[in-house]
Design a protein around this ligand. Structure first.
Ligand SMILES: [Zn+2]
Length: 106
């Protein structure tokens, strides 16, 4: 899957990089993605199915939204929002175009 090189979340532009064998901060758990707010960086494990890539990137975006909105969502809340938002985007392919003003209706 071709990923964007950067993405803007709230006031910050994050670079998106691929990193093999991505681990959590304690190096105890394998990760598919990780957002580092202070480094303006999103790391993505490259060995993922295309469908997983989408959800992983959306998951990290929801983490970013959580931080910039001051909501401080738990990992479980981030997962729930990610899964539902991902489903809405997949089930309504014209939604993003409509949101951007490029399509009026189906
Ligand atoms: Zn997470």
């Amino acid at each position: 899957m071709k990923l964007p090189k950067r993405i803007k979340i709230g006031p910050v532009v994050f670079d998106i990089v691929q990193e093999d064998k991505l681990l959590d901060e304690g190096c105890n758990r394998k990760l598919l993605g990780q957002i580092l707010i202070s480094d303006c960086l999103i790391k993505m494990e490259p060995k993922q199915h295309d469908n997983t890539w989408r959800l992983t990137l959306l998951h990290e975006i929801v983490h970013g939204i959580s931080v910039f909105s001051g909501c401080e969502l738990s990992e479980e809340q981030v997962d729930r929002i990610t899964n539902l938002l991902g489903a809405v985007l997949l089930d309504n392919p014209k939604l993003v175009e409509m949101w951007r003003g490029k399509a009026r209706d189906d």
